[in-house]
Design a protein around this ligand. Structure first.
Ligand SMILES: Nc1ncnc2c1ncn2[C@@H]1O[C@H](COP(=O)(O)OP(=O)(O)OP(=O)(O)O)[C@@H](O)[C@H]1O
Ligand SMILES: O=C(O)C1=C[C@@H](O)[C@@H](O)[C@H](O)C1
Ligand SMILES: [Mg+2]
Length: 174
């Protein structure tokens, strides 16, 4: 039995994309807190936020983190998971935490091509490039201090997976 692996980082860094590939490489299960919330509520992130507000979404997110946590599982988290200290502590105590880090311009470019507005309602009301800059300025230190390992998320998904595997095996060997 192995501890879960949590992927953290801002919208568009590839937590879902890389998480699926990493789970296949390891023979682990895959779960995603955003998808878990959609399945269990039968509503999109945008619908939850519109009817209940962000605070309620964040409380549901904390519950979903606990619900999806299981051994031998790769878990893609929502981009704002680190906003609650209780979530950060939970992830560090229960598994290995990997930050997929990329500059805001790269993230904004990906999100402009694949907005998925139902999953990513605006966080600030500002244009996407400005929003991603603001979000990273606000959260980078939270991602950094929560993660056991930081991986460059500007590489192809396959390379990101390779680097995560290297970080994890180095951690086990030391
Ligand atoms: N390493 C990568 N290189 C190029 N494009 C990528 C990479 N990782 C993800 N993408 C693309 O970026 C977009 C967002 O990816 P993904 O949904 O995996 O991000 P996320 O971190 O899960 O975002 P969210 O926090 O909103 O759930 C998708 O269109 C995906 O194909
Ligand atoms: O960065 C964020 O705050 C978010 C990211 C997405 O994964 C979703 O969890 C939601 O759109 C909020
Ligand atoms: Mg995702």
């Amino acid at each position: 039995m192995s501890l879960p692996i949590y992927l953290i980082g801002a919208r568009g860094c590839g937590k879902t994309t890389v998480g699926k590939a990493l789970s296949q490489a390891l023979g682990y299960a895959f779960n995603d807190t955003d998808h878990y919330l959609q399945l269990t509520t039968q509503r999109s992130v945008a619908e939850i936020v519109a009817s209940e507000g962000w605070d309620s979404f964040r409380a549901r997110e904390t519950e979903s983190l606990r619900a999806v946590t299981a051994p031998n599982t790769v878990i893609a988290t929502g981009g704002g998971m680190v906003l609650a200290e209780v979530n950060c502590r939970f992830m560090r105590e229960h598994g290995q935490v990997i930050w997929l880090n990329a500059p805001s311009e790269v993230l904004a470019d990906r999100l402009e091509h694949q907005p998925e507005a139902a999953q990513r309602p605006t966080l600030t009301g500002r244009p996407i490039a400005e929003e991603m800059g603001d979000i990273l300025r606000e959260r980078a230190h939270l991602y950094r201090q929560t993660a056991h390992h930081e991986v460059n998320a500007m590489q192809s998904p396959d390379r990101v997976v390779e680097h995560i595997l290297q970080s994890l095996s180095l951690a086990r060997a030391s």
